[in-house]
Design a binder for this molecule. Sequence first.
Ligand SMILES: C[S@@+](CC[C@H](N)C(=O)[O-])C[C@H]1O[C@@H](n2cnc3c(N)ncnc32)[C@H](O)[C@@H]1O
Length: 244
Amino acid sequence: MNRRLTRNRMGWASGQLSPLNQLFIGYAARFCRDASSPALDLGTAYGAVALSALEAGCHVIANDLDDAHLAVLLSQLDDASRPRLSIRPGRFPREIAFPWASLGAVHASNVFHFLTGNQLDFGFRELARWLRPGAKLFVQAATPFQQPFAAFLPEYSRRLRAGVKWPGWITKLSAFSSHRQLSQMPRSIHLLDDGILSAAARRAGFEVERAWLYRRPGLPASLHLDGRESAALIARRPYTLSDA
Ligand SMILES: C[S@@+](CC[C@H](N)C(=O)[O-])C[C@H]1O[C@@H](n2cnc3c(N)ncnc32)[C@H](O)[C@@H]1O
């Protein structure tokens, strides 16, 4: 399946599973087989990853802020998967909540770059609370190293050198780029990298297992820059969570 435009100008939902998506599915297939330990897919859109996790036998909670996206996911469910999926609409992190230590894994693919720094800090803290001790978080996000943001790179480097906490926040995207793909993006965007994601995860109490940059399969050629177009993070909720 090819990528598909979101209904709310939040970019495209990918139809092709990325390495990070697949690592999440492999993990969830081991640790989210029980209803007491479901996997949460944040910003699932039409649910390509959620459906694959269901096929792998997982219990899944699918979240998106757009009900119409979730309706498409529901329309694709087969009878075997239906009892293992629950739907949780709402804008992460403020509009959804889960009990302490109730989730077996969390996956957020191409959604964190729509959140502000404050939302990310609060969101990582919430995820650390919702995950079971030892359970993992899988994140994939857009970096500044994409062709449409090339004009932003000098400013990004300057902010990094100055120690800016969220150097990839762009209030008005059109000030840096007129790339035609960006007409399907919100006015502001928050480009992230492996270091920034790791720092945010650690502030919330996570142990970072791995963070890296890569080009995910299925990314349109017009976004290619230098092979660092996506950031990925895998982090573990420690057994003891300090009061982050
Ligand atoms: C670019 S799509 C990514 C879809 C899919 N996860 C993927 O990797 O292909 C972003 C999705 O995240 C949703 N979204 C954006 N911000 C969100 C938020 N704060 N909470 C929940 N969903 C959000 C959008 O509605 C959209 O469906």
